[in-house]
Design a protein around this ligand. Structure first.
Ligand SMILES: CC(C)(COP(=O)(O)OP(=O)(O)OC[C@H]1O[C@@H](n2cnc3c(N)ncnc32)[C@H](O)[C@@H]1OP(=O)(O)O)[C@@H](O)C(=O)NCCC(=O)NCCS
Length: 170
């Protein structure tokens, strides 16, 4: 039995240990970390999956970021990720439960575009994240273009060009 609870309810070192196991100890070098550098996670959109014995099986975190257009105009967005499931618990629907909880919470509270770096084979297939609108976007470090994904609501438009970075008060 998997239960999805607010991430704040578990010790933060459990989360760090799980992320090391899912992504490796050098995960901090990833460009996604630079995009969200210095900002606090969005507690209302960050969750933990725990099993019947209250062992941590997976986590999802979200962050406030923004896309800055070449003319300086900025657009607040929500960065999703890391989404991580313990290697030995992958394929048990835990990733989908975490994503669904985040999206359901968001549906009630928020309307900002979502952005993430991840495999389209998973995040497009199950959650309609797409690289279609992000071809002209940049990040502060190397990244694979086809893995920079966005999810917008119907009728919502996103800029064609821009640089992603931490959200800053204007
Ligand atoms: C990616 C991840 C979050 C998915 O969570 P999960 O609980 O293992 O996946 P689910 O059980 O919800 O879904 C399983 C399905 O998704 C597919 N899937 C899982 N990860 C996938 C990936 N990276 N690419 C393509 N398909 C994937 C599985 O093949 C399976 O498909 P099936 O139902 O047709 O057999 C998890 O595997 C993970 O933590 N991976 C390592 C970290 C990572 O790469 N995260 C993504 C970047 S943020």
């Amino acid at each position: 039995m998997i239960e999805i609870i607010p991430l704040a309810e578990i010790p933060s070192d459990w989360t760090e240990e799980l992320l090391d196991r899912a992504f490796g100890n050098d995960r901090y070098k990833r460009t996604a970390y630079k995009v969200r550098e210095g900002v606090e996670e969005l507690g209302a959109l960050s969750f933990a999956a725990i099993d019947g014995e209250r062992h941590l099986a997976g986590t999802i975190q979200c962050w406030p970021v923004m896309l800055s257009e070449p003319d300086g105009k900025t657009h607040p967005m929500i960065m999703v990720g890391p989404v991580a499931v313990l290697p030995e618990r992958q394929g048990e629907n835990i990733g989908r439960l975490l994503m669904r909880k985040m999206l359901d919470t968001l549906a009630i509270n928020e309307s900002l575009p979502l952005v993430m770096v991840g495999d389209p084979e998973y995040y497009d297939r199950f959650f309609a994240f797409s690289a279609e609108g992000t071809a002209g976007w940049d990040m502060p470090g190397p990244f694979e273009k086809h893995r920079l994904l966005a999810r917008v609501r119907e009728g919502q438009t996103i800029p064609e060009k821009g640089m992603l970075g931490p959200w800053k008060r204007g």
